[in-house]
Design a protein around this ligand. Structure first.
Ligand code: HEM
Length: 127
């Protein structure tokens, strides 16, 4: 008996909907707009690949882009604690919108909180 992967529990369809909804929220968030590109379609495509493997699915991100090194890939962007909270609030709202609930939501969200806090690389917005 194999353990059920979070990726299988959530399913590719809902994960893709979550990511598209999430970047729709990012595009409207005043703290996040300044650091993201105007066209978020390529960002969303990479995030779908990344979260697929983050949740135990196929290693789509690594196959195309190599080792994730997420902290390093975020170095060019000023990520304050406020921006980490903004990112997480966009994710919570997206989870509400797509109806991701229960244990799979809770464990996924808690991991994202840890990852988001780890991405912080600046303490204030003085750039
Ligand atoms: C890329 C911001 C947290 C995964 C990016 C980009 C920005 C950004 C500005 C570049 C977008 C682009 O040029 O396409 C932030 C901020 C965060 C955050 C402000 C707040 C803490 C996270 C977390 C994850 C994540 C928690 C994963 C769980 C990614 C991925 C990419 C990305 C996969 C694409 C990397 C690539 O170009 O290959 N992020 N991010 N980010 N972020 Fe974040």
């Amino acid at each position: 008996q194999q353990p059920i992967l979070p990726y299988d529990e959530i399913g590719a369809e809902k994960l893709h909907l979550l990511v598209d909804t999430f970047y729709g929220n990012v595009a409207k968030h005043p703290l996040l707009i300044p650091i993201f590109p105007n066209d978020l379609s390529e960002t969303a495509r990479k995030q779908k690949q990344f979260l697929t493997q983050y949740l135990g699915g196929p290693n789509l991100y690594t196959e195309e882009h190599g080792h994730p090194m997420m902290k390093m890939r975020h170095n060019p962007f000023p990520i304050t604690p406020e921006r980490a909270q903004a990112w997480l609030s966009c994710m919570r709202d997206a989870m509400d919108t797509v109806g991701l609930e229960g244990k799979s939501r809770d464990t996924f969200y808690r991991r994202l909180e840890l990852t988001a806090n780890h991405m912080v690389n600046q303490t204030s917005h003085e750039e």
